[in-house]
Write a protein that binds this ligand. Sequence first.
Ligand code: GLC
Ligand code: CA
Length: 523
Amino acid sequence: MRSSWWRNAVFYQVYVRSFADSNNDGVGDLPGITSRLDYLRSLGVDGLWLTPFYPSPQKDHGYDVADYYGVNPEYGTLDDFARLVEEAHRRGIKLLIDIVPNHTSSRHPWFEAALSGGDDPHRTRYYFVPGRDDAPPNNWQSAFGGPAWTRLDGAPEWYMHLFAPEQPDLNWWNPAVPAEFRKIITYWLDRGADGFRIDVAVSLHKRRDLADRPLVPHRTTGLPTTAPGFEIIDQPEVHDVYRDWRHITGTYEPERVLVGEIFDPGRQSRYIKQDELHMAFAMMDRRWDASAWKQAIDVYRHAVSRSTSLPSWTQSNHDVIRHVTRLGGDGLGRERAKASALLLLGLPGQYFIYQGEELGLEEAFVPPERREDPLYIHTNGRHQGRDGCRVPMPWRQHEPNAGFSTAPPWLPTPAAWDRNAVDAQARSTTSVLSLYRRLLEIRRGLARRLPARMDWAAAPKDCLMYHRGPLSVACNFGHRPLELDQPGRLLIGSTPGVRRSATGLLMPPNSAAWLETRRSAGS
Ligand code: GLC
Ligand code: CA
């Protein structure tokens, strides 16, 4: 099996707007990231994924791109990007950038040209379609609520947007679109990007007939529901795009990678291929239950053959409620999150940390009048939105806005975050940050001896255990302490209560442990 830098790598997702603010305007920026590379190196990550930093009206915080070849002036310049790449590479840190091929911003020059007149050729780069009387062309819905179509000023045609109206969908059936994206990815690869995280990766082509989603009676409730198996996205031609991109990335050394925003394991098996995407996300969002986690791990483990790719375990990102909160919040959620980090970081595969996860941050409460997420705005508040996981990083205790900025940050810092600040956690040996640092260090030390294969071991109720070469990992999901009869040296426990007793291994509720045994590396 070819050894590639990205296999088993630990990545760190930087939400650019909220990571580090170099000029105290309340908004994160590229020089801010550069200034924190030593922090990221000391954490022990191998690569970063930067969320979109392109010029954008920020209607979906950068996922509405107005110019794919530049840097949003709020975030810096192309020179700042070049410095970030150089400094990251000097520290051995790879840099993935986010590419948004499904839609542009409504302020992209193509869309502005398309609006200039009914026969402008740019219209065919989007989906402009006549409506049905006064209704949209079909019944497709936007992910942010309401129809996926908007009509401008009584015009006969509507344009499609699977997300916000300010994010018109590109028409990938028009060869001008793939040709442009070939240029875009080459442009960033030439500027040192080590790969791409591909936004809504399977959506590019829409079904050609634009047929209504059929509604059928639900099997048990009888209520109208979308017919299973009817796809408006995920067309066979999307694969041609990724074969093309894989070919392009394959001409660069060292290897460049394509990470698809794909969570469905069935889709992963169709897109992660030797000649398509390198990896996708194994999102572990199950409730805290041993058998639910075992099942989810197995489903992702078997989605793709391990000679092709390994799962990219992840628990949080900029779109979901932070997992400390999902797992019960506060002290309980944090203990579980520390245990889940041990459980997942021992598995074969990559791991994606979401910024602030290494501090054990919880979902923040953002007052309704400060919320900015289009999901909140377009659902008229029915959905609380994703601002709560996007609140800026706390860097320094006892400073305004927990040291993120002297200016009020674009989303307010919760007062309680002061004690979560990086500097405070760096001083404490029992902090979540110290745990992550030690864990990643131990993982690096073992890396060469860890095979791509793992095997579940018998374990008591509410407990999971697996072996991977010399590493054994146990996790107690239950409410009761456990004593495991498991040999081996204790490498690390998720909490100080994990320790060796005369006869076994003591595991408090909601804890996990790594043990080293003398078993051979196996297959
Ligand atoms: C992806 C992004 C999300 C964004 C959406 C539309 O799911 O992760 O933040 O809103 O695409 O671009
Ligand atoms: Ca700034």
